[in-house]
Design a binder for this molecule. Structure first.
Ligand code: PMP
Length: 322
């Protein structure tokens, strides 16, 4: 679907997967107006295809567009693009390894121009790919590197938008984490470098017995759809939920005392992944001996059961789209 100032959204079409033609002066190549979303579709036991809270992705896509001075794609167009793509992909049959269809909507500026300003022409595209487990080796606790050298997002910046530049800026820290022998980076706040924000493509949860804590949305972290769903599911399970700041100091001390019983990360791609080991510039520590805990497993079961249509959809989160 294209957008320009005169016609608004127009020229919606479904076509074969093929390269995009872009002018070398297309503004996205220079000034980076590029946003995206990530959502999954799951084959249901009755043969239909349903997606998990796609309206929430449509809304976040509009908010990302607003932050990047891009036109907002109406929710109906976002959802109908998913429906049309799933109609074309209706023969897709999930296998054990590739159990869902990952959908990647994105928007870029296409206007030719070398001046820095919001472009007046854009292209929205939706592609899809079968998806398996995010971390190789299935569900196993990952190790994380607390990044104090690099930050992902500063107050007033683009951290709450699903903006391509946020990910480009994170690559060097991801490489640093890998150098330290860790699977993932944990981002801290830009000002004090002590408040936990999120991971590369996931939000974080801390379990203190029957209390579940996740960093509050300060405007510098992505408001994850899995995050908001798990806050609800945890409270459905009778757990106390809290959104508040949590420091790296509290994380380390509560791990040592045993008060912190589990840590996990969550997101559309990663689902729920336990965090077992933490490294930082001053040392390293385990959480609960590096094992996967019962709250993590219970929430994971609830969430995946719901998504695959094996558990009751009490909150009306599954949307039939194909
Ligand atoms: N944080 C970041 C930086 C992400 O890229 C993602 C993935 N979209 C998340 C958190 C988790 O968000 P969601 O649950 O909506 O996938």
């Amino acid at each position: 679907i294209r957008w320009n100032r005169e016609q608004g959204w127009h020229d919606a079409e479904v076509g074969p997967y093929s390269p995009l033609a872009l002018d070398p002066a297309a503004m996205v190549l220079h000034y980076g107006q590029a946003i995206f979303e990530g959502l999954k579709a799951y084959r249901q036991p009755d043969g239909s295809i349903a997606s998990f809270r796609p309206a929430a992705n449509a809304e976040r896509f509009r908010l990302s567009a607003r932050r990047m001075a891009m036109p907002e794609l109406p929710d109906e167009l976002f959802l109908s693009s998913v429906r049309q793509l799933l109609a074309v992909d209706s023969r897709w049959v999930p296998s054990a390894e590739e159990e869902s269809l990952y959908l990647r909507p994105f928007m870029i500026s296409t206007e030719k121009g070398l001046g820095v300003r919001p472009a007046s022409e854009y292209l929205y595209v939706l592609i899809a790919s079968p998806a398996g487990s995010y971390f190789s080796g299935g569900i196993r606790p990952v190790s994380v590197w607390l990044s104090t050298e690099y930050v992902r997002a500063a107050p007033g910046g683009t951290g709450a938008a699903k903006f391509a530049g946020n990910y480009a800026a994170s690559l060097v820290a991801q490489a640093q984490a890998a150098d330290k022998g860790c699977d993932q980076v944990v981002w801290l706040d830009a000002v004090e470098r002590r408040w936990v924000e999120e991971m590369g493509g996931m939000n974080l949860f801390f379990v203190f017995g029957d209390k579940v804590v996740t960093p509050e949305l300060t405007g510098t972290l992505l408001p994850g759809i899995t995050r908001s769903s798990l806050l609800q599911l945890a409270s459905d399970l009778g757990l106390t939920v809290e959104e508040r700041r949590i420091s790296t100091d509290e994380w380390e001390k509560a791990s040592a005392s045993g008060e912190l019983t589990e840590v996990f990360a969550c997101g559309t791609a990663a689902v729920i992944t336990p965090v077992g080991h933490v490294k930082h510039a001053g040392g390293e520590f385990d959480i609960a001996g590096g094992a996967t805990g019962p709250v993590t497993m219970k929430l994971r079961e609830r969430l995946t059961g719901l998504q695959h249509g094996h558990a009751a959809d009490d909150h009306g989160w599954m949307t039939k789209l194909g």
